[in-house]
Design a protein around this ligand. Structure first.
Ligand SMILES: Nc1ncnc2c1ncn2[C@@H]1O[C@H](COP(=O)(O)OP(=O)(O)OP(=O)(O)O)[C@@H](O)[C@H]1O
Length: 325
């Protein structure tokens, strides 16, 4: 592909794992974390990269950043072989790990940015311009003098995202950027990423367990499992492939027998006055809510999105999959 920015051609990563199986006894095992993985991502695309635990997502990202060397296949990011030219590539990429911070824990936030200014040799004018823009967009003004360890998770995440973007990377790898954040912080982070992508054309590869991250940010999603690409296409297609379901959680004013909802909705759990109804993710919850509200005394309700593991599990079960390369 001419405008491919990230290119993987039959990339593999095999780990040799030694395991103690008894006194003085060790077993050698080979783990194929990434298996003949091929895909391309065009410049400016925002792609969700999802899969169950241990699927090979982190291993892929580590190879894309040059931290790990592939055992086989061909890998290029912006035309660069990451494992061979890690330093040159570092100027083109930004990485945010939701669970870990790249910021200096004991220093005020601004000091981490000053250190990055030096580390990446960002020209002074560009550093100041980027810092001002990121501080405004991510609302970091009041936090710059606060030591990182005193920041809330949402504040730290915004601080980390700014740190990853100070040097104007062309591609941003995000690993669980909204994990543990409250609804307001999630919305803020997602809005920022949308704007970044629209205004700067930054290519984004996003790993997440939150389907709403994907829904709100990515027109394309890739599903990986056992190191292989299981699906590559729009999120809507994934829902179809896995016939995923959302759950309507209904709190009635008092206990009642399971709600006899019109198919395909059905009660999957009852606990006192609370009932859980599953319905296809492709349908609106509104008609079901209206149907229940007409017949039952409602105290409260909420809709839960399917989690990624459930979608993928169904995808396997149904095997109605499409576009498996
Ligand atoms: N350094 C390593 N040595 C040995 N095995 C490893 C190593 N790193 C990863 N693995 C194995 O490779 C497989 C893929 O792991 P990876 O961390 O890439 O999965 P993941 O999709 O990122 O999972 P999670 O969602 O849990 O982060 C797993 O079986 C894991 O145990």
């Amino acid at each position: 592909m001419a405008d491919a920015f990230i290119e993987l051609d039959h990339v593999e990563k095999v780990f040799d794992v030694r395991r103690r199986t008894g006194f003085l006894k060790r077993e050698r095992r080979r783990v194929r974390a990434v298996d003949a993985l091929s895909f391309t991502v065009a410049r400016g695309e925002m792609v969700g990269y999802i899969g169950p635990n241990g699927a090979g997502k982190s291993t892929t990202i580590k190879m894309l950043t040059g931290i790990l060397t592939p055992s086989g296949g061909r890998l290029r990011v912006a035309g660069i072989d990451p494992a061979r030219e890690r330093t040159r590539l570092a100027h083109r990429i930004g990485v945010v790990f939701g669970q870990r911070t790249t910021l200096w824990w004991d220093l005020p936030l601004i000091d981490s940015y000053r250190l990055m200014h030096r580390m990446y040799r960002i020209p002074d004018a560009r550093y100041r311009e980027n810092l001002d823009r990121l501080v405004a967009l991510l609302d970091l003004g009041d936090l710059l003098d606060v030591p990182v360890r005193q920041l809330s998770l949402g504040q730290r995440m915004r601080g980390d995202i700014a740190a990853a973007l100070l040097h104007d990377p062309q591609v941003l790898y995000l690993d669980e950027p909204t994990i543990g954040l409250d609804v307001v912080s999630k919305t803020r982070v997602r809005r920022f990423l949308r704007e970044l992508n629209a205004e700067r054309g930054t290519t984004v590869l996003l790993t997440t367990h939150d389907l709403q991250d994907i829904e709100q940010l990515c027109s394309r999603v890739m599903v990986i499992d056992h190191g292989r690409l299981m699906y590559d296409g729009p999120l809507a297609g994934l829902h179809e492939a896995g016939e995923s379901e959302r759950t309507l959680v209904v709190d009635l004013e008092r206990e009642a027998p399971p709600i006899d909802a019109p198919a395909p909705a059905r009660v999957v759990r009852v606990e006192g006055p609370r009932q859980w109804l599953a319905f296809p993710a492709s349908r609106s919850a509104a008609p079901l809510v209206a149907w229940i509200a007409e017949r039952y005394p409602l105290a409260d309700l909420s809709v839960r999105e399917p989690d990624i593991e459930a979608v993928i599990a169904r995808m396997y079960a149904e095997r109605a999959g499409r576009a498996v390369r």
